[in-house]
Design a binder for this molecule. Structure first.
Ligand SMILES: [Ca+2]
Length: 416
């Protein structure tokens, strides 16, 4: 105890002596310093006061923070450009994949009671939840198969300590993670996730876990890992409270616009009013709830057009990107049994079936391009393998997208 106190005060002095380079903040009546060039141990010592203010005991803080090495590999990930450029149709085909649709249908059966209960309690349509679960973690695959996941406390610590961009955000998320440990909901060993700290079935950041989480399976703690109950209920609660999800309403409809309405229009109107102006559903069916408020949205020129409602924006609030929300909601519709979009994207092609993706993977593997298995799912490895193949045989653009052109070329090259 005494040793550690001495070490701590030494560190504190060392940190304060380099004051020229420091930002000095007063928190909870105590002065502490947060240098950009402090050693990690010094920074951990300085950050203790912030954790104390959030109710993290010194015992918890010491146990967690003095045991870790900062995961500095996250700096590069935070600054990395996307590895692949994707057109909107490629983004959608890759995410609303045959594998995800089939697996989602299996999960819908397997977790019917849970999904019904979430639907009843929070009003969020089960197919919205299935789409979100499928997009965020491939239905919990990252929980049972965490090969690309990393411990999030060393990751968030490195970001809070040494990443100048969005530092206060990383600090808050690290504090939230420590509060979760303090409450006994989890421990640092279990808390694995993305480099930015998103965890479990529906990729909760610590803040979401802490404030939106629900102990839906009644085991006395809230967890985004293990059975999906807490994750799905907490995420439904997020959509309801933060996203203002509207019970009993749809998310939107693919539509055909009459010549008088431009796809860029932004006004919100009742669907009945759009109908009066000549807007029709692309599949020719009736709008089920003409009183829903909706706006016109076209993801990309010369592609399908939609009327989207508040529930589209509710899902978008979970991760603010339009194509992300569309992928979730379309995946949900496909799991329910709806068909693909009716209007084509310019330059787009249909998605490959599960068997076709597996064939691409098998053929690439035979040619010594490593796709990391032939499971019919398109992950990073498959995209790298496709891109390497495209470059080797001169297929343009070498975008890593396993589509019909790559499949045709592979078949032609191998003749079996
Ligand atoms: Ca629980």
């Amino acid at each position: 105890m005494l040793d550690s106190e001495m070490t701590n005060s030494t560190s504190r002095r060392a940190a304060l002596s380099a004051l020229g380079a420091l930002v000095v903040l007063g928190v909870g009546g105590r002065l502490f310093a947060q240098p950009s060039n402090a050693t990690f141990a010094q920074w951990v010592e300085g950050f203790r006061a912030r954790a104390r203010v959030r109710g993290v005991s010194d015992a918890t803080y010491r146990r967690v923070m003095e045991a870790i090495k900062p995961d500095t590999s996250v700096y590069a990930l935070n600054r990395a450009q996307p590895e692949f450029h994707e057109e909107v149709w490629q983004y959608l085909n890759r995410r609303v994949s045959d594998w995800r649709i089939r697996t989602g249908q299996e999960r819908a059966r397997e977790h019917m009671a849970l999904l019904e209960r979430v639907e009843r309690e929070y009003g969020v349509d089960r197919y919205v939840m299935l789409g979100l679960w499928g997009m965020e973690s491939a239905f919990g695959d990252v929980v049972v198969n965490p090969k690309h996941m990393r411990p999030i406390i060393p990751a968030l610590s490195a970001l809070a300590w040494g990443e100048p961009r969005r530092r206060s955000y990383w600090e808050q998320e690290l504090l939230n993670a420590l509060v979760i440990v303090e409450r006994g909901w989890s421990d640092p060993k279990e808390m694995i996730g993305s480099w930015a700290g998103a965890m479990g079935h529906t990729q909760w950041m610590p803040e979401v876990w802490l404030h939106m989480g629900v102990d839906f399976n009644g085991d006395g703690r809230i967890s985004p890992f293990g059975p999906p109950d807490d994750a799905l209920a907490g995420t439904a609660q997020y959509l309801l409270r933060r996203g203002k999800y509207r019970r009993g309403e749809g998310w939107g409809y693919e539509v055909m616009l009459p010549s008088g309405i431009r796809p860029e229009t932004t006004e919100m109107r009742a669907i009945s009013s759009w109908q009066e102006r000549g807007v029709k559903r692309a599949n020719g069916k009736m709008f089920p709830r003409p009183s829903e408020q909706a706006r016109v949205w076209q993801p990309v020129a010369r592609g399908p057009v939609f009327l989207v409602t508040q529930n589209f924006y509710a899902v978008r609030s979970y991760n603010p990107a339009n194509t992300y929300a569309l992928a979730i909601l379309h995946l949900g519709d496909r799991i329910r049994g709806d068909g693909p979009f009716i209007q084509p994207f310019q330059g787009g092609e249909r998605m490959l079936t599960l068997a076709e993706v597996q064939e691409v993977q098998r053929r690439l593997t035979e040619l010594a391009f490593d796709t990391d298995g032939t499971d019919g799912r398109v992950g990073r490895e498959t995209m790298f393998a496709v891109r390497a193949y495209q470059r080797k045989v001169g297929l343009e653009p070498a975008d890593g997208y396993p589509g019909l052109k790559v499949l045709a070329r592979l078949r032609q090259a191998q003749k079996h």
